[in-house]
Design a protein around this ligand. Structure first.
Ligand SMILES: [Zn+2]
Length: 157
């Protein structure tokens, strides 16, 4: 038997240390939280995806009285991004969230398993890492790829 470990590399930084594009993504993700439709959870999430054609696509969580019918910010953004620009490759995604008290989270929220699965597919299509920025009140976590958040991902590729 051979014992192995899987690790997730990430950096913790703050807004002022980000590149202009990273700052723009963070701004857009935070702004998108104000367009969340979250009457049930009151947990407002925004996502912003940078594409290699220069576009930034945003999404927010969209809930529904029939709970499973709603979707997360990350998936609303990535599905729209690919529907709008099917030839464009994702380069980065930022995710921001405000809690039930409307405040930014101290520890950034991380994509749920379903969103990781959706995003890893677009990372695979891109053929390169898609950087993930998780936005907290002060700290911003930078993960170098979606796959780093989803080891042993299921993929047909
Ligand atoms: Zn999700």
């Amino acid at each position: 038997m051979k014992a192995l470990d899987v690790t997730t590399p990430y950096q913790i930084t703050d807004y002022n240390e980000l590149s202009p594009l990273q700052q723009k993504l963070v701004d857009e993700a935070k702004d998108a939280t104000f367009r969340a439709y979250a009457p049930y959870s009151k947990f407002k999430v925004g996502a912003a995806i940078a594409l290699d054609n220069g576009e930034i696509i945003v999404g927010s969580n969209q809930e529904n009285a029939a709970y499973p019918s709603g979707t997360c910010a990350e998936r609303s953004a990535c599905y729209y991004a690919h529907a709008r620009y099917p030839e464009a490759k994702f380069t980065a995604i930022a995710v921001a969230a405000r809690g039930t008290d409307d405040r930014w989270l101290t520890v950034p929220a991380s994509p749920c398993g379903a969103c990781r699965q959706a995003l890893v597919e677009y990372e695979t299509l891109a053929g390169h890492n898609v950087e993930v920025l998780l936005v907290g009140e002060k700290d911003i976590y930078i993960i170098p790829s979606v796959r780093a958040l989803l080891p042993f991902a299921f993929t047909e590729f």
